[in-house]
Design a protein around this ligand. Structure first.
Ligand code: ATP
Ligand code: MG
Length: 506
């Protein structure tokens, strides 16, 4: 029988058989330490020359990184190990000896890693991210299921463009143009009139012809749509939903978050009410005209710059000290490797900080010169959310920059009842939602204003023709959510095989 590493605690003191791959290997005097990974977890397996046959010890020495193998050994409790257990190996059988595995345990450039995404998925951090993705997906289904929502699948081939055609992928559909869905919303609205509360959860496609760290061409979106909900109820749901997911992740993904060294402040603050501010207020905050809890956006950025400069100085000093140690005559291999690994890490940190040092002055510039009526850019969202430690809701947006289906504000017809939810710690937008226009004449007028072809929306307009009711919904970008939860710097690490501008393989 084969045991999974995740179940080792049930076998303390017993002998088990494991199968998997060598994630890492170290050798000492008369000892080989193999870190085995089997998909369910990681575990250190110790092979001692004194306790195994010569043949087994030789086999252990031959086991290179990513060799596949089976082994048997005794399960020993060891608090210091990840997972809390260690295997005292008795026998090893190599299935395949791997030669020259391309990804070593030293630092690699991200371009190289993404070219090798099919292998990179095996690395510990990537493993942790995908497991969190899986856990969150399950939590999403649970959240909606428990609240009586019906899951509805919207089509991927669509004949109409919900928000204009500039970001659509066009395909040939039996001689007729069709577009890959950029949202399932309009279909969600139809389904909400049949079931009351529904949600779609599927892939969506946007031709985002620019390389940013938060845009993919293919991403998954969760889109609830609720009959008889107004914007306030919509915002309440967004808040409950995000709080539920974050809390669930904290509870069920402890090990993964530890691997990712995720700062836990997010999880500690998630119980607090999410501030709701209007677009106009957000503009003032961005420009530094309004403080948040005594913090000013522009001053905060300037403080960041000073801190970064300080840290850069410290890092440079540490690098030169460590490099001097490495260069010393007669330095031991262990000391050398230890210092080299530190230097590699420091250089990565340095690169990130220098990028920030170049960016922040531009962010300050863009914030100070922001024009009321414009949409916030990525950096603007970063600046605003930097001041908060919970997600925030920005509502009441200028109509001119939002989609045709959003309901106008009754008091202020230049504005719509839309909301964006922005994640804290500088992450920015993760949700876009709104109350929808339920009046047929107003909706027709909007379609004209936005110069959209009325014919393709006939079926959608029917929803306002037959028993129209107030209704609302939102779209949450699944990968944006995972990016925030795992705190990875680029969205491409949050999906197994990312598709973004310029990338189609592997
Ligand atoms: P952004 O301004 O960041 O491009 P958007 O305003 O185009 O986003 P919506 O149309 O409101 O976004 O889509 C709903 C949600 O889908 C967004 O809040 C975001 O979480 C996610 N999203 C949108 N575009 C992308 C993309 N290209 N890659 C990944 N997620 C996306
Ligand atoms: Mg967009």
């Amino acid at each position: 029988m084969i045991t999974n590493i995740k179940d080792l605690e049930q076998y303390e003191g017993k002998t088990v058989r494991l199968q998997g791959w060598v994630a890492n290997k170290r050798t000492g005097k008369g000892l080989v330490f193999l870190v085995l990974r089997d998909g369910s977890g990681y575990c250190q397996c110790v092979v001692s020359e004194e306790q195994v046959s010569n043949e087994t010890f030789e086999t252990a020495k031959r086991a290179t990184q990513e060799s596949s193998l089976q082994l048997s050994g005794a399960v020993i409790k060891d608090e210091r190990q990840v997972g809390g257990y260690e295997i005292q190996v008795q026998e090893i059988n190599i299935l395949q000896e791997t030669v020259d595995y391309p990804i070593s345990n030293k630092e690699h450039g991200v371009d190289f890693l993404i070219e090798n995404r099919h292998l990179w998925l095996r690395s510990r951090k990537q493993w942790a991210i995908m497991r969190i993705r899986n856990s969150v997906k399950y939590a999403i289904y649970t959240f909606f299921h428990e609240r009586g929502f019906i899951q509805i699948d919207s089509p991927i081939f669509t004949g109409n463009a919900a928000e204009g055609t500039t970001t659509l992928f066009e395909t040939d559909y039996y001689g007729q143009p069709a577009y890959l869905a950029q949202t399932g919303q309009l279909y969600g609205e139809a389904a909400a009139m049949a079931h009351g509360k529904v949600y779609t959860f599927g892939p969506t496609f946007r031709a985002e012809k620019s390389k940013t760290r938060r845009h993919l061409s293919e991403f998954w979106m969760i889109e609830p749509e609720m009959a008889f909900y107004d914007l306030d109820m919509d915002m309440d749901l967004i808040e409950d939903f995000i709080r539920y997911i974050v809390t669930d992740t904290y509870k069920n993904c402890k090990q993964e978050l530890e691997i990712l060294e995720r700062d836990t402040a997010l999880f500690e603050n998630i119980g607090k009410k999410f501030p709701r501010i209007t677009y106009d207020e957000a503009v003032q905050i961005l420009r530094g005209e309004r403080d948040v809890n005594g913090k000013n956006s522009i001053e905060t950025l300037r403080d960041d710059l000073n801190e970064i400069a300080q840290r850069i100085g410290d890092i440079k000093e540490e690098i030169s000290t460590r490099e001097a140690t490495i260069q010393q005559a007669g330095v031991k291999a262990g000391v050398k490797n230890f210092n080299q690994a530190k230097v590699d890490n420091l250089k990565n940190e340095l690169r990130d900080l220098e990028e920030k040092q170049r960016n922040i002055p531009q962010w300050i510039d863009s914030a100070l010169n922001f024009t009321h009526g414009d949409d916030f850019g990525g950096s603007d969202e970063t600046v605003i959310t930097r001041l908060f430690n919970t997600p925030i809701m920005v509502y009441k947006w200028p109509a001119a920059i939002k989609a045709f289906y959003m309901k106008r504000d009754e008091q202020d017809s230049e504005y719509v009842k839309g909301v964006d939810c922005l994640a804290p710690e500088g992450f920015g937008e993760i949700v876009g939602g709104s109350q929808r226009e339920e009046d047929i004449d107003l909706l027709l007028a909007r379609i004209k204003e936005h110069q959209l072809p009325e014919e393709v929306f006939n079926w959608y307009i029917d929803l306002r023709r037959y028993g129209s009711v107030p209704h609302s919904g939102f779209g949450l970008g699944f990968e944006r959510l995972i990016m925030w939860l795992t705190n990875v710097p680029h969205i491409r690490e949050t999906i197994p095989f990312p598709r973004y501008y310029g990338r189609l393989f592997p």
